[in-house]
Write a new protein. Structure first.
Length: 174
């Protein structure tokens, strides 16, 4: 399955290139599914089984990466996904808050969940720390600027997370 028009628009709206995000997801899934599929899920879950997954905040913070998580689910998905957002990127969220609820084939949910959570957790962590710094300088005229010291391959996503947290991107490259 590929990215929907809606997800592509959400990524573009955040300043992310859908094709680049799709390639990152493809590589992340290839690494996670080194044997080609989630063997435990295939062995234990009927192909036609449907399920619901709630992505829940573990701590108070700022969320970033929801469109990326949805893109992971769409990439893995078989059949229809029903997605109900509980928050938007840049929102302050409370521990226990449902960020996203997804109804889909259970195998797709289980196959996609770790990769989607890895992106969501990493980006939300960056957004949360950035928000703390932005709040600390609020009213001073100072701005929180990022650097190019990013994880290889994740620069666009990490800089997006900085923007979600209220920071400003200094520059993307040399």
């Amino acid at each position: 399955m590929g990215l929907t028009v809606t997800t592509g628009a959400a990524l573009r709206g955040g300043g992310l290139e859908p094709a680049e995000v799709a390639e990152l997801i493809r590589r992340a899934l290839a690494e996670d599914l080194a044997d080609g599929l989630d063997v435990t899920t295939v062995a234990t879950v009927a192909a036609e089984a449907e399920g619901i997954a709630d992505f829940v905040a573990r701590r108070d913070g700022v969320v970033a990466g929801l469109p990326v998580a949805v893109a992971v689910l769409e990439t893995v998905g078989e059949g229809a996904l029903r997605i109900t957002p509980g928050a938007a990127d840049g929102d302050r969220v409370a521990a226990g808050q449902v960020l996203l609820s997804v109804s889909a084939r259970t195998r797709a949910l289980l196959t996609a969940e770790r990769t989607a959570l890895n992106f969501l957790g990493h980006l939300s962590g960056i957004a949360t720390v950035t928000r703390r710094w932005a709040d600390a300088v609020a009213g001073t005229g100072a701005r929180i600027l990022d650097t190019r010291k990013t994880t290889p391959g994740l620069r666009a996503l990490e800089k997006y997370a900085v923007r979600c947290g209220g920071g400003v991107n200094k520059r993307m490259g040399l």
